[in-house]
Design a protein around this ligand. Structure first.
Ligand code: NAD
Length: 421
């Protein structure tokens, strides 16, 4: 049978699986299987050559029983509504597992940022906000960055929303530059949260991170800072890393500063002196202690899961491991830590940013990291406790199933209290 790779069908399958284990109320499941709202917009944008190009964009509100929607905006040539719906569903579980007062949303635009200049990107960013002004807002649905969107794009979007709102609304969007209301520590928060989880998981698995070899797929916001923090904070040795063009491997380990400088110059990590080139597929199969997929969905599937050699998989990207792969990794005894736990640092510090914007009181980087560590460590401990609870009842469940059970139960309870079912 051909494996299902549609991201939203995968998200529904994961939910169904958790719902069956926890015997979730059928009415609650029916609400949770579909997004509350899906908006598609076609956005005319003035280009640098004077012509107008029309782009298609989306904003999905998956569930807002626990608070306003929250979720990034992705600019990608292969963006599609199924991916946005899946990402919005995963955001719902992410905010619930972290127990922060948000629901789940997500947005995206089909575009190739590598072929656009700053003028065009600014026009697109502002037009996207104008097109969706009715459904987004600090008390409705709060956007943030995701793949190929940046703090600068958040700044343009906030400026556009403020013009429409007729006043200062910094809490409309998170991931802004610090100079205009961004939080200290937001830029590397996704990776930092992931590294706190890695520290906790290594302790549980009795893995000495100072002797650990790490491979990372992706050299963007998530992957690049994970590389740096794995080195500096955890003392681990990153032996391989990749970007969309491919990766590099070095038995001795890679140097973060040198490789970042080379990537700035050439646009890719590939070809760096003293390293071997590896493809993105081969990188996943390297004999390492920790594998960190930090790029895109569907990287470890039923096709390659039995060739994964890592002892631990830390899902820093959203949706990198499919349900078929999940089973295989579990049977092989590989500890696979789920995306909506591992990469929750981004939304947690986005929440801190929103709180700071709304209160007007700003926190130090140190205090942001301490609060972040407290929340992700609690989520990790809750997940491990849930696995233990089921084990004692005679059922072995995966870390993903345990995390789902906690998150779904919290959202279902909020819906029940509101009288939705
Ligand atoms: P980014 O745009 O900063 O970087 C993406 C990276 O992935 C780039 O290095 C790119 O070269 C690489 N890439 C793209 N296509 C690839 C492919 N086919 N194979 C291998 N590498 C490829 O994006 P990001 O913010 O780092 O996001 C990466 C993942 O992390 C996504 O799944 C995203 O949803 C997730 N995530 C990001 C955040 C955040 O705060 N940035 C938060 C939570 C989750």
């Amino acid at each position: 049978m051909v494996e299902e790779l549609d991201p939203f069908k995968i998200a529904q399958k994961q939910l169904d699986d958790a719902a069956a284990i926890m015997s979730l109320d059928k009415q609650a499941l029916a609400i949770l299987r579909e997004p509350k709202r899906v908006v598609t917009v076609n956005i005319p944008v003035r280009m640098s050559d004077g012509t107008t190009e029309t782009f298609t964009g989306f904003r999905v509100m998956y569930n807002d029983a626990r608070g306003p929607g929250k979720g990034g905006i992705r600019f990608h040539p292969e963006e599609n509504v199924s991916t946005v719906k899946a990402l919005a569903a995963w955001m719902t579980w992410k905010t619930a597992l972290a127990d922060i007062p948000f629901g789940g949303g997500k947005g995206g635009v089909i575009c190739d940022t590598k072929k656009m200049d700053a003028f065009e990107l600014e026009n697109l960013s502002r037009s996207y906000v104008r097109a969706l002004a009715e459904v987004v807002g600090p008390k409705k649905d709060v956007p943030a960055p995701d793949v190929y969107t940046t703090p600068q794009i958040m700044a343009w979007m906030m400026d556009e929303y403020n013009k429409l709102a007729g006043g200062s609304e910094p809490g409309f969007i998170t991931g802004k530059p610090v100079e205009i209301g961004g939080s200290q520590g937001r830029f590397d928060s996704t990776a930092m949260g992931g590294m706190y989880i890695l520290r906790n998981a290594a302790k549980m698995a009795k893995m000495d991170l100072k002797k650990a070899r790490v491979a990372i797929q992706g050299f963007g916001n998530a992957g690049k800072f994970a590389f740096d923090i794995a080195n500096t904070m955890l003392g681990a040795n990153v032996v391989a890393i990749s970007d969309s063009k491919g990766g590099v491997y070095s038995e001795k380990g890679l140097d973060y500063d040198k490789l970042s400088a080379a990537k700035e110059q050439t646009g890719t990590v590939q070809g760096y002196k003293g390293t071997e080139d590896v493809s993105n597929e081969d990188l996943l199969e390297l004999d390492v202690d920790v594998l960190i997929p930090a790029a895109i969905e569907n990287q470890i599937t039923g096709k390659n899961a039995d060739r994964i050699n890592a002892k631990m998989v830390l899902e820093l990207a959203n949706g990198p491991v499919t349900p078929d792969a999940d089973k295989i990794l579990f049977e092989k005894g590989i500890l696979d830590l789920p995306d909506f736990l591992v990469n929750s640092g981004g939304v947690i510090v986005s929440y801190f940013e929103w709180v700071q914007n709304n209160s007007g009181e700003y926190w130090t980087e140190d205090s942001v990291y301490k609060k972040l560590d407290g929340i992700v460590t609690k989520s990790f401990n809750d997940m491990v406790a849930m696995q233990k609870e089921y084990k004692e009842k005679g059922k072995k469940i995966t870390p993903r199933q345990a995390a789902y059970i906690i998150a779904v139960d919290r959202v279902a309870k909020a819906m029940k209290l509101r009288g939705w079912y």
